[in-house]
Design a protein around this ligand. Structure first.
Ligand code: G
Ligand code: G
Ligand code: MN
Ligand code: NA
Length: 253
């Protein structure tokens, strides 16, 4: 299709950009960022991922694209490691199920880490519950290989999929990410508040960190804090930013 062709050309023409959205701790200090793809279309301007990631997944273009994101973010980690105010940052990278399903996924990630010299402990991979459809021993072996090198894992959009808790507890995760659909109305909708509370309790009982996404207001943050969630991402703390602007937030320049 035309759109498919355009995506291929975009990759060749290096029209994809990585934006960085701050992740903050309970004090509001930025301790990391989520890397988010943007397509800088010559005519249409910034195209959001919702408009091209699904097709990239369907066509397999997500494989070279995802590899590119991994390389860029690891190179970024190395640059940050040399700067006092940036050296401790982690970067969270979204991994689609199609990427993760590749036989050599763990080797690819390890190769990028080795090639760039990035500290694996600064790399967090965001998986979605859809990976639970894969063979459990295979998931565990891929995650396990990366974990022994220090890579960490977050489960994105948590609560929107069909996680079996029996499966979940077998995965070597580090973090659950509360989906923004539960954060949006957390102050007014008792069901959403109950779900957030349940996810936070679940994370605590499994020894996992929990981060809330889509935090837009201080009262939402305060509510999450009261429920025991101490890590946040959302417009209240910062939008996804071009690299220069993200770094300026931290260096004060
Ligand atoms: O930036 P925005 O919130 O519009 O992103 C929408 C979705 O696109 C995110 O939830 C994320 O899952 C997906 N996305 C963004 N960047 C990447 C990426 O580099 N790889 C994959 N697989 N998905 C991404
Ligand atoms: O991986 P995921 O699809 O969850 O990526 C996060 C998405 O959420 C990105 O597309 C980002 O632009 C969006 N986002 C980040 N913070 C906020 C927020 O505070 N409010 C809303 N509505 N969307 C957000
Ligand atoms: Mn994500
Ligand atoms: Na998400």
């Amino acid at each position: 299709t035309a759109m498919e062709q355009a995506l291929h050309e975009a990759l060749d023409a290096k029209q994809f950009r990585i934006f960085y959205q701050p992740q903050v701790d309970a004090e509001g200090s930025i301790d990391g960022a989520e890397a988010l793809l943007r397509w800088e279309h010559p005519k249409q301007g910034m195209v959001p991922p919702a408009n091209f990631i699904p097709l990239a997944e369907e066509t397999g273009l997500i494989l070279p694209l995802g590899h590119c994101v991994l390389e860029h973010t690891c190179e970024q980690l190395v640059k940050w490691s040399r700067q006092p105010k940036l050296a401790e940052l982690t970067v969270a990278v979204n991994v689609s199920i199609r990427q993760f399903r590749q036989e050599d996924f763990a080797d690819q990630v390890l190769a990028v880490l080795a090639k760039t010299g990035a500290n694996p402990a600064r790399l967090k991979l965001e998986l979605t519950e859809s990976i639970l459809a894969l063979d459990l021993p295979d998931i565990k072996s891929k995650m396990g290989r990366l974990k022994t090198q220090g890579v960490t894992f977050s489960l994105d959009d948590f609560g929107t999929g069909y996680s079996s808790l029996a499966y979940l507890k077998q995965l070597p995760l580090d973090q659950l990410k509360i989906d923004r659909s539960f954060v949006r109305d957390i102050l007014d909708d008792a069901n959403d508040a109950a779900i957030a509370k349940m996810i936070i309790a679940l994370a605590a009982s499994m020894g996992l960190q929990v981060i809330a996404e889509g935090v837009e207001t201080a009262p939402q943050k305060d509510k999450l804090f009261a429920l025991g969630c101490f890590n946040y991402q959302g417009y209240l703390f910062g939008k996804p930013l071009p690299i220069e602007q993200f770094e300026a937030l931290l260096t004060g320049r």
